[in-house]
Write a protein that binds this ligand. Structure first.
Ligand code: ADP
Ligand code: MG
Length: 252
């Protein structure tokens, strides 16, 4: 056998090439090129309306794109069907609003996907679910309902639920923006520990502390374009574009 056939692909886990997205006449993603390496943590920042959420949603095809390609783990994103379902379970997504099932307990929220989609045995899913709740620090809340938890605990439950599907990457879209200030830290702590454990992550956030300490790379978006990207130390010390300088001057 030829050696090259057995060498695993060195391709980054997520690759976007010349991605364009319109909502009607509005050009929301403009020739976006972005690669995310395996184990890399990319923080996406930029003004409101710059296309950050659309970018996240495009990566797991919650939003169709008009042109360009998106590859995940070496494969072009499937448009529909079983392949798409598999992709969705490979990419965990955590939103600003926690999106937990209100009428299910925290543990049921975490075990539902594994049992229904991954066909795990309930007992095994339960055991793994409890371990995940332990990992995010809310094992003692397992039998409660979402409304009985604080916002920070609910968001940690949402992270555990995403992890229960054993994703290859996690996308976070402003995961702490809806939280009371005193709960932001506990969620960022869980995300930081995930990053340290080698999870591939794309994180849209205004938490510049997280960007500085946990990101391998910061990507700055404005008007649907990736304006610049750099390592956090470099980006914060020395933003190159006027748009980035202006943005940083407003938030730092
Ligand atoms: P961000 O997350 O950076 O704030 P979004 O990706 O949410 O930006 O939005 C980018 C632009 O696309 C904004 O102008 C927004 O109003 C518009 N937009 C987002 N979703 C839709 C939609 N479903 N229909 C029409 N316009 C949308
Ligand atoms: Mg957004």
């Amino acid at each position: 056998m030829v050696a090259t056939e057995t060498v695993p692909t060195a391709e980054p886990l997520i690759v976007l090439e010349k991605v364009n997205k319109y909502f009607g006449d509005l050009h929301v993603l403009h020739d976006v090129d972005l690669s995310v390496e395996r184990g890399e943590v990319v923080v996406v920042i930029g003004p409101s309306g710059s296309g950050k959420s659309t970018l996240c949603r495009a990566i797991n095809r919650l939003e169709p794109i008009n042109s360009g390609t998106i590859r995940f783990d070496g494969k072009v994103l499937p448009a529909e069907g079983r392949e798409l379902a598999r992709l969705r379970s490979d990419v965990g997504m955590v939103f600003q609003s926690f999106n937990l099932f209100a009428h299910k307990t925290i543990l049921q929220n975490v075990t539902l996907g594994p049992i229904k989609v991954r066909k795990e045995k309930p007992a095994a899913a339960r055991e793994r679910g409890l371990a995940l709740l332990e990992r995010v620090g809310i094992a003692n809340q397992a039998e409660k309902y979402p409304a009985q938890l604080s916002g920070g605990q609910q968001q940690r439950a949402a992270i555990a639920r995403a992890l229960a599907m054993q994703p290859k990457a996690m996308l976070f879209d402003e995961p702490t923006s809806a939280l009371d200030p005193e709960m932001v830290g506990e969620v960022l702590e869980v995300m930081t520990s995930l990053a340290r454990d080698g999870m591939t992550m794309v994180v849209v956030t205004h938490e510049m502390g997280f960007a500085r300490h946990a990101a391998n790379r910061v990507v700055f978006m404005a008007d649907g374009q990736l304006v610049e990207q750099a390592e956090p130390v470099e980006f914060f010390a020395n933003p190159r574009s006027d748009r980035a300088k202006d943005f940083l001057s407003k938030i730092l």
